[in-house]
Ligand binder design. Structure first.
Ligand code: ZN
Length: 107
């Protein structure tokens, strides 16, 4: 894609390549993990004696509402990875936008 009147610098090409690579190949998800301590209600359970169950939930603001999803313990690490990729792509897009702001100012 060619943009009018601007030379794409090496740094910007690298930035765009990294974004493309991540978007093409990596799983990503917007949200954050929230750890909750819950009580199941069974009187004989350890949670009734104060040792609460820990459950992990993925939470995100989506279309004006809050979206939540339980994450099984076995998948927490994987989901953390997806969240990290989401933030990396978001940060790279921010950098691209900053460059564009600067280019607008310098013309
Ligand atoms: Zn319990």
């Amino acid at each position: 894609m060619k943009r009018q009147g601007s030379e794409t610098s090496t740094a910007e090409r690298r930035l765009r390549a990294r974004i493309c690579q991540l978007v093409e190949r990596a799983a990503m998800i917007k949200g954050s993990l929230s750890v909750r301590a819950t009580v199941c209600g069974k009187p004989s359970c350890r949670c009734a004696r104060g040792e609460k169950h820990r459950s992990v939930c993925l939470v995100a603001y989506d279309r004006g509402g809050i979206r939540q999803q339980h994450v099984p313990h076995a998948r927490v690490k994987e989901v953390k990875g997806w969240i990290a990729i989401w933030w990396e792509v978001t940060e790279l897009l921010e950098q691209l936008s900053r460059r564009q702001w600067r280019s607008l100012k310098s013309r």
